[in-house]
Design a binder for this molecule. Structure first.
Ligand code: ZN
Ligand code: ZN
Length: 387
């Protein structure tokens, strides 16, 4: 069937919106979606710009919300006409998938980096067309069924889309990987979409001391409005501004990094984290990024440093939890999201790159009242997302 898709042909160039042909029939464990909304994540740009191994030309996009139009023979629990959120692709059968850790799926690289089905094929002919098991920068997509999450019709698609990846990562890293709670003193370095989602989760989990660290005062202001209790303005020299705050807290019990910047990670881990403290890295760094830690200091401190993909989340379990928080008024997602018509994808990317929006989300039919309820990001904030 003929679809419209935003195609990444070369790194650091604009997406080109073109007609192309999508396989009309899903395979046995896939569905075909008509897209309503799709968030833009920094991983999309990292793939376009070839910091990842994704073959170009490609249809990217991995935060899709859509309506099921066709369904494979082995898909259970979903129906044609149902609205779903499409999180990252996973096989559903390997040891990680069957133990609720699909982010560590044996086939994650095939789906999420190479953008292929497990048999190596693409639903969009010669284009990479199954990025993160979906390729949702398009009017329609063939999507792996493993991490589809049903969405009620009253939930705004554009606000839900970032729950598929970016906000999922930040909130689950804080709530499930670090598992913070009352009495803890936490930091979040990098206040883009992932970091600000983590700040909101830390507040929801009951942390009384939440330090936001960023290069931009406007983003720190937004972090305070979303639940941070203290801020530290980083500069080219580092995060020295955080030291007096954290000293008053007798060190951090937990830290989340979303920058992927080795200097920030090393300083946070070695100088801000309390003995036996735990730190998690969730940022995407350049391929050659390397951490340097003093061995004896590590051994003597009892500290833990680990990474996470997608906040270790099983989307089928964790997305409904985030939706409950949203319904309870605890997640002001509209503060972070700004919508753009699908055809304006290059404007959305430019705004994201220039720091004018935290989380751009493409909508496919802005005239559909169920699809365009989104307020814009705060007008007083100039913000830059991601690492
Ligand atoms: Zn798997
Ligand atoms: Zn992502």
């Amino acid at each position: 069937m003929r679809i419209r898709a935003a195609i990444a042909r070369r790194g650091d160039t604009r997406f080109s919106i073109e007609d192309c042909i999508l396989a009309a029939e899903p395979q046995r464990r896939e569905v075909r979606l008509r897209l309503l909304a799709c968030g833009i994540c920094h991983t999309d740009l990292a793939a376009r710009d070839q910091h990842l191994r994704t073959p170009l030309p490609a249809v990217l996009g991995h935060e899709g919300v859509g309506v099921i139009e066709a369904i494979g023979s082995e898909v259970t629990g979903l129906a044609i006409g149902q609205r779903v959120l499409a999180s990252f692709g996973a096989c559903g059968e390997c040891p990680s998938c069957t133990s609720h850790a699909p982010a560590y799926c044996r086939h994650l690289a095939t789906f999420c980096l190479l953008g292929q089905r497990l048999d190596g094929s693409s639903p969009i002919g010669q284009l990479t067309g199954h990025f993160f098991g979906q390729s949702s920068f398009a009017t329609h997509a063939i999507v792996a069924s493993t991490n589809l999450v049903p969405l009620a019709e009253d939930l705004p698609p554009a606000l839900m889309a970032p729950l598929a990846c970016g906000f999922l990562t930040g909130m689950s890293a804080m709530a499930q990987v670090l598992a913070v709670g009352p009495g803890h003193a936490v930091s979040v370095s990098g206040c883009g979409g992932v970091g600000l989602a983590a700040v909101m989760a830390a507040r929801i989990m009951g942390c009384e001391r939440i330090l936001a660290i960023d290069l931009q005062p406007q983003r720190l202001q937004l972090a305070m409005e979303l639940g941070a209790t203290a801020t530290a303005l980083a500069d080219e020299q580092g995060i020295a501004a955080a030291h007096p705050i954290v000293a008053g807290w007798e060190g951090l019990t937990h830290a989340l990094d979303t920058t992927g910047a080795p200097a920030v990670i090393e300083a946070t881990f070695q100088r801000l984290l309390r003995p036996r403290g735990r730190m998690v890295c969730a940022g995407v760094a350049r391929p050659d990024a390397t951490l340097t830690l003093n061995h004896n200091a590590l051994m003597l401190s009892g500290k833990t440093l680990r990474g996470t993909i997608e906040g270790d989340a099983d989307p089928v379990q964790f997305v409904p939890r985030m939706i409950d928080w949203y319904r309870d008024g605890l997640l002001p997602l509209e503060r972070l999201v700004r919508t753009y018509p699908f055809e304006a994808i290059n404007d959305a990317v430019a705004d994201m790159s220039a720091g004018r929006v935290i989380k751009p989300v493409l909508v496919f039919d802005p005239s559909d009242p169920s699809n365009a309820p989104v307020k814009s990001a705060p007008s007083n904030a100039t913000v830059v997302d991601g690492p």
